[in-house]
Design a protein around this ligand. Structure first.
Ligand SMILES: [Zn+2]
Length: 51
């Protein structure tokens, strides 16, 4: 996963929880997990796959 930036909304595909990033992540290997799976980005990405 690419570094996440402030304002990015991430969601969990399993439980549906959503979190908003409040600070930029400088790591090139940023991964935020929920329910044992990496959270996905919501909005701002590809219109068809949400990436
Ligand atoms: Zn979850």
């Amino acid at each position: 996963m690419e570094p996440v930036k402030s304002g990015t909304v991430l969601y969990c595909g399993k439980c549906g929880v959503e979190v908003t990033v409040t600070k930029d992540c400088g790591s090139a290997d940023c991964s935020i997990a929920c329910c044992g799976e990496p959270m996905k980005r919501k909005g701002g990405g590809c219109c068809c796959c949400g990436g």
